[in-house]
Design a protein around this ligand. Structure first.
Ligand SMILES: [Fe+2]
Length: 210
C-alpha cells in the first residue's frame, strides 16, 4: 500500500515509526511533527503478484499499502461500517505478509496494542484516523492521519488507532503476518499489563487508559 520509494526513504530508514502528521483535533496535544508520507501508488491489477518470498521491510510494506490503496477494485466492495464491531476484511495472506481493509467510525477504537514480531504499514484512503502513541511520562501523542497519507512502523511500535471521521477506510499490511498481538491495560494499582491475543480477535480498549 504505498508509493514511490524515494518518497519514504528517509523516515522509513531511520525511524521506528514513520508518521505523518497533522495535529489531532480532539484537544490532545500532538507532539508528533513529521510530515506524512503522501500516497503515490499507481493502480495495479495485481499488487499481490510478485511479492518477494521473504518477509517485507517497512519500505516494502509502505509500497504495498500504497499499491493496494490505489486499487479500489481490491477493497471497495468490502467497505462497511459498524459502531459496535469494527468492520475489517482480509485481502491477502501468505507466509510473509497479510493485508487488510479496515473501516472506521468515530466509535471504533483498537485500544493500546502491539503487533508482536510484525512490522506494519497503514495507508488511509478515506476520511481520517487518529494514531495515538503511548507515553508514560507525559501525555500520549495523538496524530491525525488523513486520506492520502501512509506510515510504517517496526515490531517495537505500541499504538492505538481510532476513527476520527465517519466513513474512514484504511489499508494495513503486516510482515511477518500477524499471529499474536499484545493488548495493554493498567491495573487498579497502576501496573501496566500486556495480554497476548490472537490476530483474529477484534482489538478493543481493555480499559480507559489514555
Ligand atoms: Fe495496530
Amino acid at each position: 500500500m504505498t508509493a514511490a520509494s524515494e518518497r519514504v526513504e528517509g523516515p522509513v530508514a531511520d525511524e521506528a515509526t514513520v508518521i505523518a502528521a497533522r495535529p489531532a483535533t480532539d484537544g490532545v496535544p500532538a507532539r508528533s511533527a513529521r510530515p506524512w508520507v503522501e500516497l503515490a501508488g499507481a493502480p495495479s491489477p495485481a499488487p499481490f503478484a510478485g511479492l518477494p518470498d521473504r518477509d517485507l521491510d517497512r519500505r516494502e510494506l509502505l509500497e504495498l499499502v500504497s499499491a493496494v490503496a490505489a486499487s479500489p477494485q481490491l477493497w471497495q466492495e468490502h467497505v462497511a461500517y459498524d459502531d459496535q464491531n469494527r468492520h475489517y476484511v482480509s485481502l491477502h495472506r501468505d507466509a510473509h505478509v497479510d493485508v487488510w481493509v479496515l473501516c472506521w467510525t468515530p466509535a471504533n477504537d483498537t485500544g493500546w496494542h502491539d503487533h508482536d514480531i510484525s512490522s506494519g504499514a497503514v495507508a488511509v484512503v478515506e476520511g481520517c484516523l487518529t494514531e495515538h502513541n503511548l507515553s508514560l511520562a507525559q501525555p500520549s501523542l495523538a496524530t491525525d492521519v488523513a486520506a492520502g497519507a501512509a506510515y510504517a512502523f517496526g515490531p517495537d511500535h505500541i499504538h492505538r488507532l481510532t476513527g476520527r471521521d465517519a466513513g474512514s477506510v484504511s489499508i494495513h499490511a503486516y510482515s511477518p503476518p500477524l499471529w499474536r498481538m499484545g493488548q495493554y491495560a493498567v491495573s487498579p494499582s497502576g501496573m501496566l499489563h500486556r495480554t497476548s491475543v490472537s490476530y483474529a480477535d477484534e482489538l478493543r480498549p481493555l480499559d480507559d487508559m489514555i
